[in-house]
Design a protein around this ligand. Structure first.
Ligand code: P6P
Length: 334
């Protein structure tokens, strides 16, 4: 019987992967684990606890905020405020960063960027949602207040990134630069257990995830790519399958395990696409590359893009390397 590490045991077992950390990164991952359990609990009883639906306000993105967006955001902020591993936090739900400017937090080495509840428009109809997180070592001096530059580092500087997918089961998936591992939550015990060791994209993928409702707005290269995907090829006999849930975490998780490509390209109504670079595309790009895939904006590596502002959007294509390169080839031709 294979022994299933808990997430805590796995982190300790792999402490050697963090040569410069004296346990803070491990403690930070444990804080994320704790907050994830609390969010999971709220999501699972949402229908009973009158916390479904919108709050009648918009977030900084101009998107209607769901009650659970705000609840999840508060849970993560409170967790990090009560523990001492991060000196600042950027969130999809907040216009400005949260600076934990007290003696303890000023000594913290890390900052974190989160999308507390991605895909939250799906909550009221019980479709999978997720939390996405992205962790950097601060570049400002430890002991001083965190600065905006700490949050505007290129994705290649991430020290860890991952997501928690609240689906048929709740799974925490993360990388700290040494591969991708997934841990499934056992609510009976209240622990996450290693269930998906060393995740890699399969050699071939035949699933594509894109909102084809935006077809008229897509660049010609994407339109030609979609036509290519949907044509039966005499030699390869390749039938592709379309799977798109409206939850990046759900589509990404399926494509990473079974093979596939996710695309949110730019369009006439969204010149920079929809996904946010700092707390959606960068963490997913880090995971993609660690799992053997490729993540670009259609021409450049996502992780090399230098951010200019906290909520900037970026066209995003990620998945099996050959599938991403095929889409890029259409974009470069048309
Ligand atoms: P659309 C959710 O709002 C999200 O950021 C991703 O999780 C998801 O893939 C995408 O937007 C859905 O956007 O425009 O297709 O509804």
């Amino acid at each position: 019987m294979e022994r299933h590490f808990t997430l805590g045991e796995f982190i300790i077992e792999n402490q050697k992967d963090f040569p410069y950390a004296k346990g803070e990164l491990s403690a930070l991952l444990s804080s994320i684990k704790l907050a994830g359990k609390l969010v999971n609990q709220q999501i699972n009883k949402a229908g009973l606890a009158e916390i479904l639906g919108k709050i009648g306000k918009q977030n900084v993105q101009g998107e209607a905020q769901a009650k659970l967006d705000v609840i999840a955001n508060d849970i993560f902020i409170d967790t990090f405020r009560n523990r001492g591993e991060v000196c600042g936090l950027g969130s999809e739900e907040l216009e400005d960063v949260v600076i934990f400017d007290d003696e303890i937090h000023r000594e913290a080495k890390y900052i974190i960027l989160i999308d507390p509840l991605d895909g939250s428009s799906n909550i009221d109809v019980d479709i999978t949602v997720g939390t996405i997180f992205s962790i950097y070592r601060r570049i400002s001096e430890v002991g001083s207040p965190v600065t905006p530059e700490d949050f505007l580092q290129p994705g290649r500087n991430q020290v860890a990134a991952g997501y928690i997918i609240y689906g048929t089961s709740t799974i925490l998936v993360y990388t700290s630069g040494n591969g991708v591992n997934g841990f499934t939550f056992d609510p009976g015990i209240g622990s996450f257990f290693l269930s998906h060791p060393n995740i890699k994209f399969p050699k071939k993928g035949n699933t594509y995830s894109i909102n084809e409702g935006n077809y008229v707005h897509f660049p010609d290269g994407i339109k030609k790519y979609l036509k290519w995907v949907q044509e039966l090829d005499e030699e390869e006999k390749r039938p592709f399958t379309s799977r798109y849930t409206g939850s990046l975490v759900a589509d990404f998780h399926r494509n990473m395990l079974l093979g596939g490509i996710y695309l949110y390209p730019q369009g006439t109504t969204a010149p920079q696409g929809k996904l946010r670079l700092l707390y959606e595309s960068n963490p997913m790009a880090f995971l993609t590359e660690q799992a053997g895939g490729k993540a670009t904006n259609g021409s450049e590596r996502i992780l090399d893009i230098i951010p200019e502002e906290l909520h900037q959007r970026i066209p995003f294509i990620c998945g099996n390397k050959d599938m991403v390169e095929k889409a890029e080839s259409f974009l470069s031709q048309f």
